[in-house]
Design a protein around this ligand. Structure first.
Ligand code: ZN
Length: 309
């Protein structure tokens, strides 16, 4: 039996200019900039990570700011919404903030009895704030203008837009997730323990959306496992199931395997270890450009070719 997969680890998307992305996620949403590094498969592109104070698994939204990539629009077979957990009673604060900062609030809705604010980021990517209860052990990032009782804790979850939700649901059940409820075109899956981060995946029946992959598109979603041993169990199991996962790739702060789930979404399974404090202390995360050891010899050229941030 492979270890149960509990929750999301990170979500990675494509953005336009890095400074606009940085401004939105830190100054508007109040996340902490936790790692400034490069795309290890494309070293002249940044890989920017934002999260809660400790950059815990289940809080990291990450971006590849690819130069010259066209504006994207959502397609069936992609993750199309990123949801963030905020404390109950914080929506008055957020409504006011969205208005003052002229942020693109789409609507307020209720789903499965929970109140949410749907909004777009600077690239038009859909995000939600969900009022919910998150364990007190999760430490939000402190900013001057967002009080602790409103600050984002990390991920609530994500929405996958699918032509057939059944086979993806089957895979989530293999992960150890359970169907919580169904409402309209959405089936909700959750993992334990429920007051942790990133434990909700909504499978939305949304066939026939033919968008374009580009700025504002989610590239992949990563689920978390505690360590290399659990990851190897899953690599074996996914291979047996016919998903053809990749070899383990060293992402410096975690190790990863990737595969496409039956609905077309690129899934990753990432280890909690070693974490974002591997190459800089918790207090100063995100302050310097960090390169993996195998790219240090190219630092001068990399720094020259990356845009100012
Ligand atoms: Zn990833």
């Amino acid at each position: 039996m492979a270890t149960q997969i509990n929750g999301l680890h990170h979500i990675t998307a494509v953005s336009g200019p890095p400074e606009l992305n940085y401004d939105f996620y830190t100054r508007k949403l109040g996340l902490r900039f936790v790692k400034k590094t490069i795309n290890f498969d494309d070293p002249f592109t940044y890989h920017l990570y934002y999260g809660n104070y400790e950059a815990t698994p289940g809080s990291a939204i990450t971006f590849f700011p690819w130069q010259g990539v066209p504006q994207g629009s959502p397609s069936t077979g992609e993750a199309t919404v990123t949801s963030y957990a905020v404390p109950k009673g914080s929506f008055d604060f957020w409504r006011d903030r969205f208005k003052r900062h002229k942020m693109d609030l789409i609507s307020e809705e209720s789903r499965f009895g929970e109140h949410l604010i749907l909004f777009k980021d600077v690239e038009g990517m859909k995000n939600e704030l969900v009022e919910t209860v998150v364990s007190d052990s999760v430490r939000p990032h402190n900013t001057e203008d967002i009080p602790e009782n409103a600050a984002i804790r990390g991920f609530y979850g994500t929405t996958l837009s699918l032509a057939d939700t059944g086979r993806t649901a089957e895979l989530l059940r293999e992960f150890g997730w359970k169907e919580k409820a169904a409402e309209g075109d959405v089936v909700r899956y959750t993992s334990e323990p429920e007051n942790q981060l990133g434990t909700t995946v909504d499978l939305k029946y949304e066939p026939g959306m033919r968008g374009r992959f580009g700025r504002g598109s989610i590239h992949h979603i990563a689920f978390r496992v505690p360590d290399d041993k659990a990851q190897e169990e899953w690599r074996k199991k996914l291979t047996e199931m016919g998903f053809g996962p990749t070899e383990v790739r060293d992402r410096q702060y975690f190790r990863s395997i990737y595969f496409r789930e039956p609905g077309g979404v690129l899934f990753e399974i990432a280890t909690d270890t070693p974490g974002f404090t591997k190459d800089e202390p918790l207090e100063s995360l995100g302050q310097e450009l960090k390169l993996p050891p195998w790219f240090e010899k190219n630092r001068t050229e990399i720094e020259k070719r990356l845009p100012e941030l």
